[in-house]
Ligand binder design. Structure first.
Ligand code: FPP
Length: 227
């Protein structure tokens, strides 16, 4: 999973509008999706737009939605040719019609693809996702279709769309901040974390390889003792 932070600062450093940073950020998305596919990663989840991002100035929100639409249109062919399954997580009902019109057919057309799952977190919030799953369980329990005593970490996890690809092994955040910002909260429980100074538009394949190499050198204990 990647928290793609630093687009705004990248633009400000160049005396440009924040939107220019998001445009450069979408070029980085193309680069990194290709690199992940070449590496043979099973799944990549990108934090493209948080539930909280709706509160940004409307011009910036529109620019982001425009870039997202452009990405889905221009990458459609390559996504399908490369056997990539595109999924989206988050409150998709809030997305503009123009985004849904390109997103939904691509999700459908790629649904049987096998090589990699690219999950776009759109209008996504980790707390909101957990709350939605809790609501769903409560409704079923109240209707008598579910025994509350059977709810476990795994049965709740099974209701979370972000975990349909499994728990994230590595979460990378670019842009120099040390926080998770409501991304994949439940799945992040035992994820390895990498916080990098690089601003997202400057993030290269080499940065990705370095983060993965660092991950490979770590010992994951999942609360147990070492080897
Ligand atoms: C954070 O940077 C980034 C975002 C809120 C959006 C990420 C979007 C893209 C990379 C482009 C569009 C997405 C796709 C999938 C094509 P920030 O604006 O918070 O940066 P700052 O912290 O420097 O202000």
């Amino acid at each position: 999973g990647i928290i793609m932070d630093g687009n705004g600062r990248w633009a400000e450093l160049r005396g440009e509008r924040r939107e220019a940073g998001h445009k450069a950020g979408s070029a980085a998305v193309r680069r990194i999706v290709r690199a992940c596919r070449r590496l043979g990663l099973e799944a990549l989840t990108l934090y493209a737009f948080s539930e909280q991002n709706w509160s940004r100035p409307s011009g910036e929100v529109e620019a982001l939605m425009g870039l997202l639409t452009e990405f889905l249109v221009s990458e459609r062919g390559e996504i399908l040719e490369n056997d990539i399954r595109l999924v989206a997580i988050g409150d998709l009902s809030r997305l503009p019609e123009a985004v849904r019109e390109v997103l939904d057919p691509l999700r459908k057309a790629s649904s049987e693809n096998q090589k990699m799952t690219l999950a776009l977190a759109l209008s996504y919030g980790g707390r909101e996702e957990i709350a939605a799953a809790a609501r769903e369980l409560a409704i079923e329990a109240a209707a008598g279709r579910l025994d509350p005593a059977t709810i476990t970490v795994d049965t709740l996890g099974a209701r979370l769309p972000s975990l349909s690809v499994g728990d994230p092994d590595l979460i990378i955040r670019t842009g120099g901040e040390f926080r998770i910002s409501n991304f994949l909260l439940y799945g992040a429980a035992y994820a390895e974390l990498a916080f990098l100074d690089r601003l997202w538009p400057d993030f290269t394949e080499e940065d990705l390889f370095a983060a993965i190499a660092s991950y490979q050198r770590r010992e994951r204990r999942f609360g147990l003792v070492g080897k």
